[in-house]
Design a protein around this ligand. Structure first.
Ligand code: PAF
Length: 283
């Protein structure tokens, strides 16, 4: 069996810069918090197809966790992550310690305003400040031509794109489709923390999105009726505790009264301690 490709590893800012000096361009960057799964694999593989050099970052960013227990419980799977990076043909993995991302004296927060007022931003205060700040640092450090983000975190994608445009960071932000298990559950690092019963119940998110989509395709345009279609589908699953459902304009994330144009359906649903999100763009 041929030796598996092993990516280089950098753990410091200086090491990253040195490894990328003279690297073939374009560079494609895939920022992650590790616990890599098939969703990340799709990002890495697309970056591999479209770039001469592929860099993955693995950093569990404390600044974006609004809840210490959630940060502590976040899965850390370094050996498996490096194996996936190797299989996907990643050239370099940046795995910095906290001081390399936020050196002593770090005193800057990147805040994207209007886009973060609703949905995840409303329910996870400070979360997007943490995401925008760390992604700004990572984009600046890597100087990549392209960076890849999953559509599953639809609000994150919009926030990162806005941030990069507003701060004149020249990296192109590329959206990649949500990867789902066969039963429709969107793949997420949090899925492994579901009990078997919760895992069996979790595809209800996708069913609820599909129920609203079916109503929309049948001509329903009332935002309230579409939100109700999602809530009714979720109510059929006793383990599912909805936090919000949304029918919003895809560019601004403002809730719509009438879905006269394209909309983004989205939701957050709790299964015990585990909080899952999903979305479906309709156009
Ligand atoms: O989506 C994630 O894994 C994280 O929010 C990101 C973009 C890597 C920033 O820490």
């Amino acid at each position: 069996m041929p030796d598996q490709h092993r990516p280089r590893i950098a753990t410091t800012r200086a090491g990253l810069r040195a490894a990328l000096a003279g690297a073939p361009r374009p560079i494609g960057l895939v920022p992650t918090m590790g616990a890599l799964h098939d969703g990340h694999r799709a990002l890495l593989e697309r970056a591999r197809r479209e770039n001469a050099t592929v860099v993955a970052t693995i950093f569990v960013n404390p600044m974006q966790f609004d809840n210490a227990a959630d940060l502590a419980a976040y899965p850390r799977t370094e050996a498996g992550d490096l194996a996936i990076c190797g299989e996907a043909g990643v050239d370099l993995v940046f795995m910095p310690g906290g001081d390399e991302v936020y050196p002593p004296g770090f005193d800057t927060t990147v805040h994207v305003d209007r886009l973060t007022r609703g949905l995840e931003g409303e329910h996870r205060p400070g979360h997007f400040d943490g995401v925008a700040t760390v992604v700004a640092v990572l984009l600046n450090l890597a100087g990549a031509e392209r960076a890849y983000f999953g559509q599953k975190d639809a609000q994150q994608l919009l926030v990162v794109r806005r941030m990069a445009a507003d701060l004149a960071i020249p990296t192109e932000v590329i959206a990649c489709p949500t990867v789902r298990d066969r039963d429709g559950l969107a793949i997420s690092s949090r899925n492994v923390r579901l009990t078997p019963a919760q895992r069996a119940a979790a595809p209800v998110l996708h069913r609820a999105l599909r129920a609203a989509e079916a109503a929309w395709r049948a001509g329903e345009r009332s935002g309230d009726a579409l939100r109700r279609a999602m809530l009714d589908a979720l109510a059929a699953e006793p383990l599912a505790d909805p936090e919000y459902v949304s029918v919003a304009e895809p560019a601004t994330l403002r809730e719509v009264d009438e879905a006269t144009g394209p909309v983004l359906l989205s939701m957050a649903v709790r299964f015990g301690e585990i909080r899952l999100i999903d979305n479906l763009p309709l156009a």
